[in-house]
Design a protein around this ligand. Structure first.
Ligand code: RUB
Length: 311
């Protein structure tokens, strides 16, 4: 009964088309969609219920392959059903709702802690460079500003879809001194930058970070200029399958985002993310504090054992 999945398909389109953007927003949105889907499900048995919920989760996950926070959230929900011995569909619906809301709460609590640690790194007069639009980075910057810190932010445009404009607009709106530069001007300005703050879509078992395309270039430039490069992210973005040998898949998006009508013979490539090696990351600002990427797996194992083991 395909019609059952209509809203889920629509939601997956909204995610794919970046109507919902950024790992945290995507995960929260997908979880809410799954809760609504399960609430409306008209099935008679536990088996049918589980099958439908898993199918809906798969559709949502496929909307953007490089989003472990969404995958972990949806998996958290399906685990709660598997591990229960409930048979009544109404009770299973309740479980989905509780697990989904609990995961969202974990994400929100992490943000609170991240902001406490991140704000302390921002002193008056600093210039901070950021890339793309990370709601986590923005929240740290906004809280710092609201706590009275006065600093400058340089935002990259973030080609091809200009998510840097979202960042710039939100910061300028509250009064943060904000400068927009083209992506290729990062080296030009790096000597004026005191800190780089970027978000993350995925954390690998080796402590590498996947984030918007261009991030690893910025990390190299920061390294060369000896500018501290911080990743601000919750550890729930860990990608468990990297632990078992698989690579985190990098989404390649529609070439028309780069050039609508290129000349015949020109191939366009449009990867959405890249991988920043841990050696270029000064620290990860996360819900456990500010940690080295070299110990990320130990911290995840201690804090979220279910995440580490879930395959
Ligand atoms: C967004 C992006 C963000 C991370 C973290 O890419 O790379 O830095 O998702 O965001 P896109 P957050 O615009 O393609 O989704 O901190 O909000 O989770």
């Amino acid at each position: 009964m395909v019609y059952m999945f209509n809203e889920v398909f629509e939601a997956s389109q909204a995610i794919r088309r970046l109507k919902v953007q950024g790992a945290r927003n995507i995960a929260k949105y997908a979880i809410k969609i799954l809760i609504n889907f399960s609430r409306e499900l008209d099935v008679a048995s536990r088996g049918e219920f589980i099958k439908a919920v898993l199918k809906a989760s798969k559709i949502l996950c496929e909307a953007r392959p490089t989003e472990p926070l969404m995958r972990n959230g949806l998996k958290f929900i399906s685990r709660s059903i598997y591990e229960s011995d409930e048979y009544k569909v109404e009770d299973l619906k309740m479980l989905v709702e509780e697990a989904g809301n609990l995961f969202i709460k974990m994400v929100e609590n992490s943000l609170e802690k991240i902001c406490i640690f991140g704000v302390k790194r921002i002193r008056d007069g600093l210039t901070i460079l950021t890339h793309c639009h990370s709601s986590t980075v923005n929240e740290v910057l906004i809280r710092a500003y609201k706590n009275g810190r006065r600093f400058n932010v340089i935002c990259t445009e973030t080609r091809p879809l200009f998510q840097g404009r979202i960042t710039a607009r939100k910061l300028a709106d509250i009064g943060v001194k904000t400068t927009m530069i083209v992506d290729s001007a990062v080296r030009f300005f790096m000597n004026d930058v005191d800190l780089v703050f970027v978000g993350a879509d995925a954390i690998t078992s080796e402590g590498n970070i996947v984030n918007k395309i261009g991030t690893s270039q910025i990390a190299l430039i920061a390294h060369e200029a000896r500018t501290p490069f911080y990743v601000i992210t919750e550890l729930l973005k860990f990608s468990p399958h990297t632990m078992y040998g698989d690579y985190e898949r990098i989404e390649e998006r529609d070439p028309s985002e780069v050039w609508k009508s290129p000349p015949i013979g020109v191939e366009i490539r449009n990867p959405a993310f890249d991988i920043t090696r841990r050696d270029y990351i000064h620290g990860i600002i996360c819900e456990e504090g500010i940690i080295s990427p070299h110990i990320v797996i130990e911290v995840i194992n201690r804090r979220y054992p279910w995440l580490y083991t879930s395959q």
